[in-house]
Design a protein around this ligand. Structure first.
Ligand code: SME
Length: 155
């Protein structure tokens, strides 16, 4: 697979996010990721709108699971631990929530605002081992752009 220039994507996302509205910016960000990254079948945001519960936000892909409690699945683990979850094969994760049967690898990045969890970004791929440590670092850099350009209120 071709190497992705995440530094270029950071500059492109900075140019794309021209409001501070979380809804517009999150919709644009997941559409941008789906367009620019190879081999994804789902990308989107889950938001913490009530305590320890994730609500489905803007996304690209098939209709997805909603809501997701903090104690379930890969997204719940990212929200609970506030640590990115980079999973080579979701079928090896006992409580993985299968929304789209095409998903095999998953990367979930927590989005923190003032020490509170605003939500998570979830990326799914049909290819086992799709997400490298470099992809994780690059997508974390893109989430830093999203946070810096957006007014986010955590519950
Ligand atoms: N697989 C996720 C659920 C969200 S969907 O992949 C869009 C999980 O286990 O948390």
């Amino acid at each position: 697979m071709a190497t992705i220039d995440y530094r270029l994507l950071v500059r492109q996302l900075e140019a794309l996010l021209d409001t501070r509205d979380w809804l517009t910016n999150s919709a644009q960000t997941c559409a941008f990721l789906m367009q620019m990254l190879d081999d994804l079948n789902w990308v989107g945001f889950y938001l913490q709108r009530s305590p320890r519960m994730l609500s489905l936000g803007p996304f690209q892909g098939k209709p997805a699971c909603h809501p997701i409690p903090f104690d379930k699945g890969v997204c719940g683990a990212a929200a609970r631990t506030r640590q990115a979850q980079r999973i080579d094969d979701v079928h090896a994760v006992a409580d993985h929530i299968a929304c789209d049967a095409a998903s095999n690898a998953e990367l979930v990045i927590p989005i923190m605002v003032n020490d509170s969890l605003w939500g998570v970004l979830d990326l799914d791929s049909p290819t086992v081992g799709r997400f490298t440590a470099e992809d994780q670092a690059g997508i974390e850099a893109l989430m830093a752009v999203f946070i810096a350009h957006t007014d986010l209120e955590a519950v």
